[in-house]
Design a protein around this ligand. Structure first.
Ligand code: AGP
Length: 609
């Protein structure tokens, strides 16, 4: 996720752009830049690092005169953070400057197409392809050039564009990434969200997919994908700035819970093409995969819980031994690794000290390393042999939600990629699983639409002293994460146990009124879980069941209440069952008045041992 602003008016553009970008830094902050028109042409100033670096170079905007411009603060997806990969990206001939939020899924194809026609590229970004295409198709009409480009690019984009031949205009177009137009008196704006422009105007128009906006000082005109003029409904924004930064949500955590369908789509969609898994960041050949003797999955906290799911999923699909380790234990247990071992490192931040140390131990012993990371260019990403990025966008809340979901999706993609390369699964079965994986964003959307039920249940138990989560197989793996979510933001004591383990000790903890959350989505172990539910109810427990619609009627015979999540392939079920339990943790913590985005004693990235 990145932040985009654009301005045309009577004021100096650079200070306005910098002010807007400051409000958008939560969307991305590894580099920033601006492009401004003035009497001597189109000028671009951009730099790696936080916005403060750019602000210093521009001396608050004083060093770059001009009243028309665009700006960008970046969350890297394609191309590590660097000056050259920063936006605005500029076309070969300097005719177009472009800022972009989104992912151009077919950028490599388009880039090669242009390179074969002599276009020189300077960056690793997908965005530069858009700038180069605009210049390639420009025959004197910017709108026509925009149409040519948007007819060809696949993926998501919110684009701010200025053209050296049109110094009195700012252009904007979007598909799947948000972009708004702000309407002022003698000045107009574009922005990724209202946060950036609330200080200037509350009058906005929201662009729909493929709609193009042309901003001039006197106003804005709008066109559809066929370049026919369209009339836009003007809105008046009531939000205050603090609410706007969270997209209108009270906390970043709820915003990020609700962003999961979009984040899943951005992580999955570009990697399934024409019925095959295409992993851009992995160089494991079929022979190397066939030669693997073992896979280790090493991480901390929530990322470790992804490994717990991965063990069930990957052993089921690959029939290869999978070991899952907490990073802080891994290097001290003297693991036995060699060149036939693959170590998968999972980290949202890419900077967790224990996980980085585990990566270095794996490399010291000659193992192959593959990392799943959300922050492009982070230390773990840069030191791994291969890296696959989750495109979840910045995760601000300390409690991880969308990172967990997109890490799970990446694990499914890796496992299915290996199966595909090994040829060990009938094509029809593989195609079916890929279809279910591609459908996860829609199922997640459906699941998150049922917030009220969870909120009601949380209102009955937010004063609980202890809450236990039980499950078997992938449901147990999901219960680990559900328990951590609850304890880290509500401070309620919580544990996760396998259903079968209760009778070996933990059941002594159950007393009258104890809340037990039973995750029972795994059909083939459902009866076993029903027996566990009867065990705890016989000791006075209250049971919340999480299951699928097909099992709900049977579960209702035993559970005190239940929440049904959409059914999917067994190994993907944690991607569904975790959603109501993220919400449960959120609502319990909210009702307890806890600091949800910044829980006590915790940091977003633990860069110390
Ligand atoms: C999860 O909600 C916590 N914020 C924490 O457990 C986190 O998952 C852990 O510190 C690992 O962080 P990483 O994924 O950035 O390496």
């Amino acid at each position: 996720m990145c932040g985009i602003v654009g301005y045309i008016g009577e004021e100096q553009a650079a200070p306005v752009l910098l002010g807007g970008l400051k409000k958008l830094e939560y969307r991305g902050y590894d580099s920033a830049g601006v492009a401004v028109h003035n009497s001597s042409g189109l000028h671009v100033v951009k730099a790696k690092g936080r916005l403060a670096v750019l602000d210093g170079i521009l001396e608050g905007g004083a060093t770059l005169p001009g009243t028309v411009g665009i700006g960008h603060t970046r969350w890297a997806t394609h191309g590590a953070p660097s000056d050259v990969n920063s936006h605005p990206q500029v076309s070969d001939g300097g005719l177009f400057a472009v800022v972009h939020n989104g992912i151009i899924e077919n950028y490599l194809y388009l880039k090669n197409h242009l390179k074969r026609r002599g276009v020189a590229f300077v960056s690793d970004t997908d965005t530069e392809v858009v700038a180069q295409m605009l210049e390639y198709y420009y025959k004197g009409d910017v709108l026509q050039a925009i149409r040519q480009v948007t007819d060809r690019v696949e993926g998501s984009y919110a684009l701010g564009i200025i053209c050296a031949h049109c110094p009195e205009k700012v252009f904007a177009v979007r598909k799947d990434s948000p972009l708004i137009v702000g309407l002022g008196q003698g000045e107009n704006f574009i922005a990724s969200d209202v946060t950036a422009i609330l200080g200037h105007t509350r009058r906005i128009c929201r662009l729909k997919d493929r709609e193009i906006a042309v901003l001039e000082r006197g106003g804005a005109r709008f066109f559809d994908a066929e370049l026919d003029p369209v009339e836009k409904q003007e809105e008046l924004v009531e939000w205050d700035v603090a609410a706007a930064e969270k997209g209108g949500y009270e906390h970043f955590m709820m915003k990020e819970i609700c962003e999961q369908p979009e984040a899943l789509g951005k992580t999955i969609s570009p990697r399934i093409r024409e019925g095959r898994v295409v992993l851009d960041g992995i160089r494991l050949s079929k022979e190397e995969i066939e030669g693997l003797s073992r896979i280790y999955i090493v991480a901390c906290g929530t990322s470790y819980h992804v490994g717990a799911v991965a063990k069930y999923a990957m052993e089921k699909l690959l029939r290869l031994p999978i070991e899952v380790d907490v990073a802080s234990e891994f290097r001290y247990r003297e693991p036995i690794l060699d060149s036939r071992t693959l170590v998968i490192i999972i980290s949202q931040s890419g900077e967790t000290a224990d996980t980085l140390a585990a990566l270095r131990e794996a490399k010291r012993q000659g193992a192959r390393t593959l990392s799943i990371v959300n922050v492009v260019g982070s230390t773990i990403a840069s030191e791994s042999d291969d890296v696959l990025y989750t495109w979840a966008g910045p995760e601000i809340a300390v409690a991880s939600t969308k990172a967990y979901s997109t890490q799970l999706a990446m694990i499914y993609l890796i496992a299915l990629y290996m199966v595909q390369e090994l040829g060990t699964m009938p094509q029809q079965e593989l195609a079916g699983l890929l279809a279910q994986l591609e459908n996860l964003p829609r199922l997640a959307e459906r699941c998150l639409a049922e917030k009220k039920e969870i909120q009601y249940f949380a209102s009955r138990y937010f004063n609980a002293g202890d809450i236990y989560f039980i499950g078997r197989n992938v449901d147990y793996a999901a219960s680990l994460e559900a328990s951590l979510k609850l304890k880290e933001i509500s401070y309620i004591h919580s544990e996760a146990y396998t259903g079968g383990e209760l009778k070996h000790g933990p059941i002594s903890l159950i007393e009258e009124g104890t809340l037990v959350v039973a995750i029972c989505t795994c059909r083939r172990l459902f009866e076993k879980m029903m027996a566990n539910i009867r065990e705890v109810k016989a000791r006075g427990a209250v049971v919340l069941g999480i299951t699928t619609p097909q099992l709900a009627e049977a579960l209702a015979q035993e559970a005190d209440c239940l929440f049904a999540v959409p059914d999917t392939a067994e190994f993907m079920l944690p991607s569904m069952s975790i959603l109501p339990l993220q919400l449960f943790a959120y609502y319990v913590a909210s009702m307890k008045g806890c600091d949800i985005d910044k829980p006590r004693n915790l940091a977003k990235s633990v860069t110390v041992e």
